[in-house]
Design a protein around this ligand. Sequence first.
Ligand code: WTA
Length: 573
Amino acid sequence: MENYEVLPPSPGKHNMENYDEYCKNFTWENVEKEFSWNTTGKVNIAYEAIDRWVDEKGKGNAPAILYSDAEKEVTVTFADLKAQSAKFANVLTKLGIKKGDRVFLFIPRSPEMLISFAGIVKAGCIAGPLFEAFMEEAVKDRLTDSEAVAIVTTAGQKSRIKKDEVPSLKHVIVIGDQESNLAPYEISYEKVMAEASADFTPVWLTKDDPMFLLYTSGSTGKPKGVLHSHEIMVGMYHTMRISQDVQDDDVFWCTADPGWITGVSYSVWGPWLVGKATIIRGGRFSADDWYQTLEKYGVTVWYSAPTAFRMLAAAGDEAVKKYKLKLRHITSVGEPLNPEVIMWALRVFNVRIHETFFMTETGVNMICCYPSEPIKVGSMFKPIPGVEAAITDDEGKVLPPMQMGNLSLKKGWPGMMKEIWKNPAKYNEYFEHDPWYVSGDQAYMDEDGYIWFQGRNDDVIKTAGERVGPFEVESKLVEHPAVAEAGVIGKPDEVRGNIIKAFIALAPGYTWSEELGEELKKFVKTGLAAHAAPREIEVRDKLPKTRSGKIMRRVLKAQEMGLPIGDLSTMDD
Ligand code: WTA
């Protein structure tokens, strides 16, 4: 197990200079002192992240959003953001939308996405960010489960929202559409924003009141709604300072889409909470585009993901050379960071990449490498100050060092999910071994307390850092008349971590062809989402099943990887 390189700490000053010392003196109460609600008792993250910079700190003219794409550049100051989000909060209020109502966002990365997100939260409503690539069914499932009353979208995306099929949905607010294209229930964003007042006092809440609902996949069933409260601001602020190590002079760029947790916590709210602009780059990925973005804004702390780094590395070391970059360090999330990538960053940028591990459910960074500490390449180091981690066995007993088990976190940090939407049983599953939150990941801890990630212990697939539930893909595939059965696994891939591979058995009367394969991929892509579509499909006469008829994904996976198949006592014939 132990054969790794050690990298010395990053040079320079850091917000945390010594992990052990910092942990000794750490209390969450001290972090809470940074917020005005600590003295006023009036809680709303939109106030702490936006209005406060204008009202109390004289930072109204500082940029809050720096948006750019191939065609345009937009800067939104904190004063603008305060006014625009107030307008949007007024728009919602005027529609009769109240505290606690679910208002979804289905908008590509843009200033409007962030402005409406902020307005929803300011009005005390629960925001439901949706990844822009979702197709009809994925959108409908989420709106239906959450009983959303309104959704904000764009002219380009709105056709994927089937209002008639979601009984709770009353309003569709559309950005960038002509008045003449709007259905009676559709509202022009530009029109209502122009009419709205820019005065709005945030709806005051308690820190346990919900802020956003983000759907995420497990190994079974449809995606579940992970509910986060305003208290997550404490965790966001703390990790912006400690795991991201963002300081006064830094320029921070998180490349994650606001439709996922990393985007919500670190592309949107985290930067605002520390008074920084969020940098949003629209359009498609290319190595040149990203390097230009790093150079253009003078990014010093860059938060991205291993698949992106591997795609950049594939563009060659030369591709970086023409850019003048100011990086101080890089942070990484979402999937295991392989040592080659860490070495690539050292070679081409001369900075370290710091692993940060967390989940939609944990809300904020949990186990991280920090600038002040050495890196054992391949390890995630230790939990953030304020959080305790352990490796537990299947009964919840804490395991000694060097034994592989369940990566678990002691519950109760600010930012931990509050609920699984309308599904307390599912929520309780995470806490069967109270006080441990069991992550679903496997890891071991070495003698020095460093944590080494070993992979998921369920069937959840991480492809290009995105979390995909096999069940959703299987359900979509069997909707196609040619497919009798489907089993979906993650197949290791050098660039994407995993690709989605589907095994299918054909329905009677169908024969396999390349064309049918392409048709099935397209069927998932257009019905569910591009990132959830299988890249490989293999036909079998029948799929391995348990006697009760459940497809045994682990058997498919073992066969695919040429590994021992394990216990087959529950398998049918
Ligand atoms: C995986 C993403 C290895 C893990 C923020 C976790 C990681 C799942 C890391 C959550 C990391 C996240 N190294 N694996 N640094 N960070 N993961 O909810 O399997 O989309 O359980 O949140 O991503 O995925 P989610």
